[in-house]
Design a protein around this ligand. Sequence first.
Ligand SMILES: *Cc1c(COP(=O)(O)O)cnc(C)c1O
Length: 387
Amino acid sequence: MVAWKGETEIMIKNFLMTPGPTPVPPEVLLAMAKPIIHHRTPQFQKILQEVEENLKYIFQTREDVMILTSSGTGAMESAVSNLLSPKDKAITVQGGKFGERWTELCQAYGVETVIINVEWGKAVDPKVIADTLAKTKAKAVFTTLCETSTGVITDIKAIAEVTKKTDAVLVVDAISGLGAVECRMDEWGIDAVISGSQKGLMIPPGLAFIAVSQKAWKLVEQSKCPKYYFDLKAAKKAVAKTDTPWTPAITLVIGLNEALKILKQETLEGIINRHKKMAKACREAAKALGLKLYSPTASSDAVTAVEVPQGIDGEKLVKTMRDEYGVGIAGGQAQLKGKVFRIASMGYMNQFDIIVAISCLETVLSKMGYKFELGAGVKAAQKVFLE
Ligand SMILES: *Cc1c(COP(=O)(O)O)cnc(C)c1O
């Protein structure tokens, strides 16, 4: 959207740099603008088939990737209601808002939770998971690949090493991580990987995904939690017929097909390297501006959380960048409200999106009276991209 607005009197051009939703490539938008087709047709089946194959590549799995029509949380809910039964014991890792969601979901289904509380900004120690599993004999471990609220990356590979040796299944919320950072379902031994459409997968919100290992499927067979719309048995049966149990979000699936083709062309390695560089540029820029990273010991490559400096109104900073300059970054959630801002490096973004975000951050920080050398952040970011 182009508009003349605000006291800055500049032409507002919008840049979406939030950790979901993320920008959508023009090819994807155009594909979604075509007239709607029916879903029980060979035409749509062909699209579903391509989508299924390319999703497996992104998920790094041979298992079926089930497509649900919901936001990411729907797939999280499906994991709880399909893998467990009331009174089962499950470990949840809580180091941010999304970890807390696992606990809330388990409790909604009467699953007994063993909560591992992790200091916000830090990653869980896989040894703690091993000890807790040994003590509690929990059936499942619920984790978050990239804790979007704090910018923390979890060492899922190391946690999978732990769960592989036990009867417990490892469930990973990779909603903001997939298509941005490494997550190798089969090779690492993850039992359920969950994702959503509006983060690394470069399409609008409205689709969720879940892939389930053979080990976890045994739990699905025994599960006694109530379910209907999110019944994974129905979803899996449909995948076998290149179909969906209910009317899918046809338009989004068509968009996804285009987005996955773009991602596949870049290759997983290319995608991961691009995100590594973008996030490093954000971190170096923040440091060059004299700002502190919120999670310096476990920074994810999908989103960078930066502490708001003393004397600066964090909420006003984010609001000014968005409303006066059109650059949308995210503020802090829950206890981090006003204390951090978050710049996404996720999905359809490249080095120049990052430069725009840093440059706007500098402009607004300068106007708000924060003292630093103008251009220092942009320079630090450019240096990373030139490496
Ligand atoms: C965005 C996000 C979610 C929530 O997804 P919705 O699509 O809003 O339901 C869950 N977990 C993580 C890590 C996320 O980043």
